[in-house]
Design a protein around this ligand. Structure first.
Ligand SMILES: *[C@@H]1O[C@H](CO)[C@@H](O)[C@H](O)[C@H]1NC(C)=O
Ligand SMILES: *[C@@H]1O[C@H](CO)[C@@H](O)[C@H](O)[C@H]1NC(C)=O
Length: 374
């Protein structure tokens, strides 16, 4: 560059050229500093979006980084298995079932956490999430891509919930064809109660409500969960395909249907069937499970370590997190909460610690949303 100036009409003095040089150096230095700042900024942004205690946790990074680069709508959920029918995935009778009977297609975080925790606890079993809002036609598979949080797990499958098809070949079909949804007070609840019975009858496996966080595998095939000494829940239960328990439950559902009583087709129905067909219900003495015919009644500790009356405990700060050592899963009581209390990352509440440990990708998703909205 200095040479270029020598071509000019008057030869520049050395001082001119050296001041030009020092200006260039200053500019280069500025560019360098700017570049370093940008790098630091990027590093900081990526680094700080990880949960603080888990910066070196290999469990989280693989979920975070692949998803940062890819635009949300292009992430396939189980690309290879799109267009598969439920029976192709669930024929082994070991599926874990979730059902969404509203039309919403953006599940709340607690649902994402429930499904993610199941996918982690049961890596070798299919997790089938039936959603009424998934479009009927096959092009609807694109809708699956929207639920990013679940896309990191290749054992999660989304299926449209087609009630007529689910109830087909079961006692529930006659009820379904007669009933008038517009006259029903609890339509999403009763269709949810009904479809879980039909799915477990047909495919076999474990049904779970959308607010149940899995913490270790359930080692049982045929079970009903006690919520307390005398309440039997239908929030989680399991049966092999074509077990009498789910068939008799569907029959009772139809025979004794009363849509104006919430739970009449749910927990109350399970208590009726157990008493009528399987055993005398005596409750629990300690923390033991109880045999009831060829079903197991699980102790309240297994899925309800905190009873419904104390559900707010999940949103209280705990100094030390003691994992629920005698539970297979933890029921969070979203029905009581109704979305009033949320999981706040870093709050050290029980839900904060549960999410962090059992659904880390959902946890990071909430964390990133929190950071970007402040
Ligand atoms: C379970 O017990 C019922 C009632 O005793 C019986 O009819 C049914 O065949 C049994 N089912 C299985 C799968 O063992
Ligand atoms: C359903 O339950 C309500 C409330 O207990 C009762 O008034 C009504 O008669 C019941 N309906 C039927 C069809 O049994």
């Amino acid at each position: 560059m200095v040479i270029k100036f020598t071509e000019g009409p008057s030869i520049r003095k050395p001082t001119d050229s050296s001041s030009y040089n020092s200006i260039m150096k200053a500019v280069l230095r500025l560019i360098l500093i700017f570049f370093i700042l940008v790098c630091f900024g990027l590093f900081y942004k990526i680094h700080m979006t990880l949960p603080l205690n888990h910066q070196n946790d290999p469990a989280i990074k693989p979920f975070l980084f692949p998803n940062i680069k890819v635009p949300a709508n292009e992430i396939p959920i189980n690309e290879a298995t799109n267009n598969l029918r439920p029976e192709e995935i669930l024929h082994q009778g070991n599926g874990i079932f979730f059902v969404e009977t509203t039309d919403r297609m953006e599940p709340p975080y607690v649902t994402l956490c429930a499904v993610e925790s199941a996918a982690r606890i049961y890596p070798n079993r299919p997790i089938a999430f039936f959603m009424k809002g998934l479009p009927e036609d096959r092009d609807g598979d694109k809708a699956k891509y929207r639920i990013r949080t679940l896309s990191s797990y290749d054992n999660i499958y989304l299926f449209p919930l087609r009630l007529e098809e689910v109830f087909y070949d079961t006692p529930l079909l006659s009820w379904y064809r007669k009933v008038k949804p517009e006259h029903e007070s609890y339509w999403t609840d009763v269709t949810s109660d009904a479809s879980r019975l039909a799915l477990i009858w047909k495919y076999g496996g474990i049904y779970m409500d959308n607010d149940i966080i899995s913490v270790r595998p359930v080692p049982l095939k045929n079970f009903v969960a006690a919520e307390s000494n005398d309440v039997y829940s239908n929030s989680i239960f399991g049966c092999v395909p074509h077990h009498m328990f789910s068939w008799r439950s569907m029959e009772d559902f139809v025979q004794n249907y009363n849509g104006s009583i919430l739970g009449h087709q749910g927990p109350a129905l399970f208590a009726r069937i157990l008493k009528k067909v399987f055993c005398v219900l005596r409750g629990f003495k300690y923390t033991e499970d109880v045999r009831c015919g060829n079903m197991t009644l699980t102790n309240p500790d297994r899925f309800y370590p905190i009873p419904e009356s104390s559900w707010k405990k999940y949103y209280e700060v705990v100094d030390q997190f003691r994992p629920f050592s005698s539970s297979y899963a933890v029921h969070l009581f979203e029905n009581s909460n109704q979305g009033k209390y949320n999981m706040v990352p870093g709050s050290k509440t029980l839900v904060d610690r549960l999410y962090e440990q059992y659904c880390p990708y959902t946890y990071v998703t909430v964390l990133m949303k929190d950071r970007s909205s402040h």
